[in-house]
Write a protein that binds this ligand. Structure first.
Ligand SMILES: [Zn+2]
Length: 296
């Protein structure tokens, strides 16, 4: 009778004993009983086995969770790495394109024989600025066309030197032509900006500058008026511009957006540029007939 009662107590408290929650006296009682009762010993061993399996299961789950977490983390790292590689690659691509354009344009801006024209489109007004250069001779003609009429401003210059800031100085004759007035101002010392000063091409001074521009600008391959070019947007010092792939020179600068007939938004060119090299001759510098002008 007593044995059976002991068995019930032992079996009831076995989990506590296995988990080490029993006190010393209880432990002694358990050990003594388990040594002499096969039934309880069997139950004890089974329960111990179950508990072990349970613990292993828990460990396995933890390992599985950890692996899953680790894989997720690895995936994130790979994505970050891919983004970084794309970013670095894209910046390097822009640096190569921009430095190539700058090198190409240098050959042209150093030219002594050029004729270039800029067309500036304003509301109700078009300004056409043309510059001819042949060695030390330079001619600048600005034509303003508006509903009020057309005016012309012509400067013929012979280079005399450079000022303290490095600007080229010219001995010039300046002609002003309006609808009802023609004046000329002779032998004035003036600076006439040439291709290098007026240039809107990509100016890459050094590696740091090139990197900075490459980080900020977007460079897209496209065509403009049938010419292969790059569309370079939001440079720190320049407006959005189309630069010829062939010459590295700006062929258009954009600033304004307008609504088109379809209700969409078009970006209109505000200025366009054309260039000719080695076409200028002495004939381009034959001055106007002064006798028709009021001398200032
Ligand atoms: Zn027992």
């Amino acid at each position: 009778m007593k044995e059976e009662k002991d068995c019930k107590i032992v079996q009831d408290l076995l989990p506590n004993y296995i988990e080490g929650l029993a006190n010393e006296a209880t432990k002694d009682f358990f050990e003594e009983h388990l040594n002499k009762c096969n039934e309880c010993k069997q139950i004890f061993e089974n329960m111990q086995e179950d508990l072990k399996v349970n613990i292993i299961d828990k460990d396995k789950k933890a390992v599985k969770y950890f692996k899953k977490y680790r894989n997720k983390l690895r995936f994130l790292w790979i994505i970050l790495l891919v983004i970084l590689v794309i970013f670095v690659g894209n910046t390097a691509r822009k640096m190569i394109i921009l430095s190539n354009l700058a090198n190409k344009s240098k050959a042209y801006t150093n030219s002594e024989n050029y004729h270039y024209t800029s067309y500036i489109y304003l509301k109700n007004k078009i300004i056409i600025d043309e510059t001819w250069n042949l060695g030390d001779k330079r001619k600048f003609v600005s034509t303003h066309i508006s509903p009020e009429g057309t005016t012309k401003f012509l400067v013929y210059g012979n280079k005399t030197g450079t000022d303290e800031w490095g600007n080229e100085l010219y001995d010039t004759n300046t002609y002003n032509v309006t609808e009802n007035n023609k004046t000329v101002e002779l032998n004035v010392n003036k600076a006439i900006s040439g291709l290098s000063q007026s240039m809107t091409n990509v100016l890459i001074e050094d590696f740091y500058n090139l990197l900075l521009i490459s980080l900020r600008a977007s460079v897209t391959s496209t065509t403009y008026n049938g010419e292969e070019c790059y569309y370079i947007q939001s440079l720190p010092y320049l407006l959005s511009t189309y630069v010829s792939k062939n010459t590295g020179l700006s062929i258009s600068i954009l600033t304004q957006e307008v609504e088109n007939a379809n209700g969409g938004i078009d970006r209109l060119p505000i200025s366009e540029y054309t260039y000719e090299f080695n076409t200028v001759t002495e004939d381009d510098f034959i001055e106007l007939d002064i006798s028709e002008y009021n001398v200032k």
